[in-house]
Design a protein around this ligand. Structure first.
Ligand SMILES: [Cu+2]
Length: 286
């Protein structure tokens, strides 16, 4: 069973091992979707771009939809397994970031996620393992035509990181889906979206997984779904747009358009994404 931990609890050696796995997936592992043209890391960027209705759009779109939590759960779990395979180390797991910045909570350090973009260099990240200076992390999938190959960030220029109060408020929302103000609806719009906007640069686009912090952010979203389930044990922890508890349980989650290869061999229904333990991982604590 893989255990995901808060990044602040990782030792320097554990952080370095995680970064190494990301860099290897980015530079040493060939793509399944476009072999020879991009890396296996980039496949995850491409899948997410399609999921946002860009490129070769996925149907259904798992954003602004009850599918948001189960779909992203499978996406980042597959990424985690790809990291493990890239380095032959199944002790690598996705850390999570709780959107706090004080002290050790800040992931934007030179030994981990790297810093902000430089506003004299088109917001390119110039420090840390993913900087252009290190030449080991080139952006290869863009929203539109090819753009800068450097990772870009503009921390804090737009939006705001969710406060602890907003997280608590979100966790108190019921049911799972209701427009407006249900758990999924509030969490996606008031927790998830502002973090993408706050990081800015690549994170503010459909190709947001170009920034590795995407996976720390979504790991925390995934943890919060677990916490929400735990806090409301008598409620269905997934409901469809119609409010039905079982209506979509056998719906197969879509990660590729019909005219493109599947990114991985397994398929997953919504129901198969309900329990992290059935996907062989859990969080250190909820
Ligand atoms: Cu997304």
């Amino acid at each position: 069973m893989d255990i995901r931990r808060n990044h602040r609890d990782l030792s320097p050696v554990e952080k370095a091992a995680f970064i190494d796995a990301v860099l290897r997936l980015k530079t040493n592992v060939d793509s399944v979707l476009r072999p020879g043209q991009q890396s296996r890391y980039d496949d995850f960027v491409q899948i997410h771009k399609n999921s946002m209705g860009r490129g070769n759009p996925l149907n259904p779109n798992p954003h602004r939809s009850p599918l948001f939590f189960p779909w992203h759960r499978i996406l980042i779990r597959q990424f985690e397994l790809a990291l493990q395979a890239a380095v032959g180390n199944n002790r690598i797991t996705l850390p999570y970031w709780n959107w706090q910045l004080a002290g050790a909570d800040n992931p934007f350090t030179s030994d981990f996620m790297g810093g902000n973009g430089d506003n004299t260099q088109d917001q390119r990240v110039t420090a840390g393992p993913f900087s252009r200076e290190q030449s080991r992390f080139e952006v290869a999938v863009w929203d539109e035509e090819p753009g800068s190959t450097g990772l870009r960030r503009n921390l804090g220029a737009e939006g705001a990181l969710p406060s602890a109060e907003t997280v608590i408020s979100a966790l108190n929302r019921t049911p799972y889906w209701q427009e407006p103000g249900g758990w999924e609806n509030f969490a996606e719009i008031e927790l998830h979206n502002p973090v993408h906007a706050w990081v800015g640069g690549n994170m503010a686009q459909a190709v947001s997984p170009n920034d590795p912090v995407f996976f720390l952010h979504h790991s925390y979203m995934d943890l919060l779904w677990e916490r929400w389930k735990h806090q409301h044990p008598r409620l269905p922890f997934f409901t469809s747009q119609d409010g039905m508890a079982d209506a979509m349980n056998e719906t197969v989650l879509v990660f590729h358009p019909e005219n493109e290869p599947a990114p991985w061999t397994e398929t997953f229904t919504v129901r198969q994404a309900f329990y992290t333990t059935e996907l062989d991982y859990r969080y250190d604590h909820l």
